[in-house]
Each structure stands twice: as C-alpha cells, then as structure tokens.
Design a protein. Structure first.
Length: 390
C-alpha cells in the first residue's frame, strides 16, 4: 500500500518551499490568491510544489490532502488518480501533465466530477514553473453544441439562431475587458505599484484576445455550415491577394518573429474569385504555418500555375510537421496541435476547418503534404475555370 508520508518528500534543505532560492519569485501577498477561481501553483525546477491556493488543490480531486507544499508533481498526479479510483486509466493524463510541466505547455483533462480543467505552465525566475488551472467546462460544452449544430444542419433551430447572433452579445463585454486590461498593462493613468499586476494585466488581455478570436471563428463556422455566406466573385490579381494576406497576418508574424517569404511574381495570372474569402483562407493557412515554425525562421508563400489543373497557392513551413494519423483529424473543428512557436498562442482548432469550408465555397481544395520533423506544405488549388488567361 502506498502511503502519503512515503510519497511526499520531506522538507529538507533541498526542497524546502520556504528556501529563498525557491520562493524568490513568489507573488506577495500569497493570501490574495485564495479568493480566486483560478488555481495557482508554484513548482520548483525539479517538480516540487512550493505553494498553491485552494482552487489549485480542488482541481486534483475531492479534499486538499493530495496537493501540499513539498510534494513532487508525479506523486501528486499518482495520488490524484488513486483518490478517484482511475489510476490505471489515467496514465496518459499523468504523462501529458508531466510533459506540460517540462515544456512550459498546457494540458486538459476531464475530472471524475465531470468538469474539464486546463493547466498552463509558464516559466518563472530560477527555473520555477507557475501553473494556472482553469475550469473550461463551459468552453467544452460550447464545442459540443457547435458539433451538434454542424451535424444537424438546421438553420431554424434555436441553437443555430443563438450561435449565429452571439457575436454582438459576447464581443461587447470582451471589448471592455480588452480595453481596460490594455489601459492597465500600459499604465496609462499611473504606475500599478507591483510588477506582478502588469503581468496579470497582460494575461487578461491575451486571454481576452484568444477568446474574442474564438468567438469570431465559431460564429463564422456557424454561418458557413448554415449556408449564410455567398461568394461575391470579381477579377483580382494573385499578387494583390498575396499582399492582402500577408498584411492580414503581419502582426502575428512579427510577434512570432517569423518571416513571410513572398515568392509570388507580379505577373502571375489573375483570378475570378471572392477576394475576401480567398484572402481569409490563405491567412488561416499562413497562421498555421507560423505556429509550426521556430522563432527566427520563415514560411514561404508561392504559386504554381498549370493550364489543365489550375493555380495552386503553396504555403510551406519548416516546422514540426503533422503526424500522418492526425492529417484527417485536424480538418475537424476544435482539433488542434500545440504551437511550436513560444510567441504564438495555440488557438482553438478552427483555422484549417474554416479554410476548408471557405475554399469549398469557391470550388477550391486544400491538400496537406507533411513530414514530421521536416515541415508542412498546404496547397490551395484554384480550378482552371477560375484562372483568367492573359
């Protein structure tokens, strides 16, 4: 039988959470974090818990005895499984959580109480790890509702109407969150008084941006699935499409420190397409390429014309690639791969599904050619009847 006192490491000088080297970056006063719904935990570089609030403890199951200062992360995870009686079935969860700790990434799991949790690790001074745990059950329920809507395909259902019009209702408070958090983080009115507040304001702003993007993309998916978007085609040059697309993702590329190499010549053929739809499709493909590309590297945008096949836009990266068994899955909504670029926040898994659906409205297709460890080429083919001869 495994006992708690056998698993938790004693508070020796090497793992004493009160040691200055471990608590140098500890937010003060810690008691202020007790009233938050967000779980906050501080871990040493070798995976020993320094401190956490009550919300953090609750995320690991009933009772607070599992997650205590001085406990090793792997021990906490094993005991959490034991308390829920799911030790054998949750090995994958333990491995994913440990990987998130090592790589300063994130992981999600479904608790025995039916709640979805997301843990996000971020680096701290002294190689410590700050872990934030959020209850994302509502987000997961929204995903399920959207999947149901896509399968039903009935634009007259209350769910379809509600999701189609939710943009305004959600954007209004989100814009307020973004506006005030930006005001706070920039200290436009005056200094905040503590460096941690600036960091928290950045977190609020970035989280709001992610949520706003998710809202916009979910609403767009609903409209596409319901057939509410109709292409408005016109003559447009390939070079103009390329420039518009690069401009649309320039801020993201700059933040990610990734260069976009535009290899589309000025004398490329013109197309008869909906410029907004095609630009948006290419932008989603470029965003995915940026997310897969390391800082300081580049992605390439080029086009290849074949009189019989048509004109193909190719977006190529030199990133991590996509495993063969996931090439089909990532075309479905809310299936996402982790970002390989630390400056690019992982999305909600809507980029490629939206690109697929917008491309189909233009009778275009998207093919993926990917080799793990080498990179991916996304090929958007515009049929020959859409290409305007010179």
């Amino acid at each position: 039988m495994v006992r708690w006192n056998e698993l938790v490491q004693p508070l020796s000088p090497d793992n004493d959470p009160t040691d200055d080297s471990r608590s140098a970056s500890l937010p003060e006063p810690w008691d202020m974090l007790e009233g938050l719904d967000v779980g906050i935990g501080l871990w040493s570089h070798d995976g020993v818990l320094v401190r956490c609030n009550s919300a953090y403890q609750r995320a690991f199951g009933p009772g607070a005895s599992v997650c205590q200062p001085g406990a090793a992360l792997q021990q906490v995870l094993v005991l959490a499984c034991m308390k829920t009686g799911e030790a054998a079935s949750r090995n994958d969860w333990v491995d994913a959580f440990l990987a998130a700790f090592r790589n300063c990434g994130s992981t999600e799991w479904l608790s025995a109480e039916g709640k979805w949790w997301r843990a996000q690790f971020s680096p701290r001074p002294g190689n410590q790890r700050l872990c934030r745990i959020l209850d994302v059950s509502m987000e997961k329920r929204l995903e399920q509702e959207c999947r149901h809507l896509a399968s039903v395909g009935n634009t007259e259902t209350p769910l379809a109407k509600g999701l189609a019009h939710m943009g305004h209702e959600l954007r209004t408070p989100l814009n307020a969150i973004l506006g005030f958090s930006d005001l706070i983080r920039s200290e436009a009115i005056g200094p905040l008084g503590h460096a941690s507040y600036t960091e928290y304001a950045h977190d609020i702003y970035n989280s709001g941006q992610v949520l706003l993007t998710a809202v916009d993309r979910i609403a767009l998916l609903v409209k596409l699935e319901a057939g509410l978007i109709r292409p408005q085609s016109a003559n447009v040059s390939c070079k103009s499409l390329a420039l518009s697309t690069i401009e649309a993702v320039s801020a993201i590329a700059t933040t990610a420190e990734v260069l976009i190499d535009d290899q589309i010549p000025a004398d490329s053929p013109a197309l008869f397409v909906d410029q907004h739809l095609l630009t948006s499709t290419l932008a989603h493909l470029l965003e995915n390429a940026i997310a897969a590309t390391a800082v300081g590297s580049s992605v390439t945008l080029r086009c290849v014309f074949d009189p019989n096949e048509g004109l193909a836009f190719e977006v190529r990266d030199t990133g991590t690639g996509i495993p063969p068994d996931q090439l089909a899955a990532i075309r479905e909504p809310f299936v996402r791969l982790d970002s390989a670029n630390p400056n690019f926040a992982a999305g909600v898994g809507m980029g490629l599904p939206l690109a697929d659906r917008m491309a189909s409205l233009l009778n275009c297709t998207i093919a993926l050619d990917s080799t793990p460890g080498t990179g991916t080429c996304a090929r958007l083919l515009v049929p020959s009847d859409r290409v305007i001869a010179e």
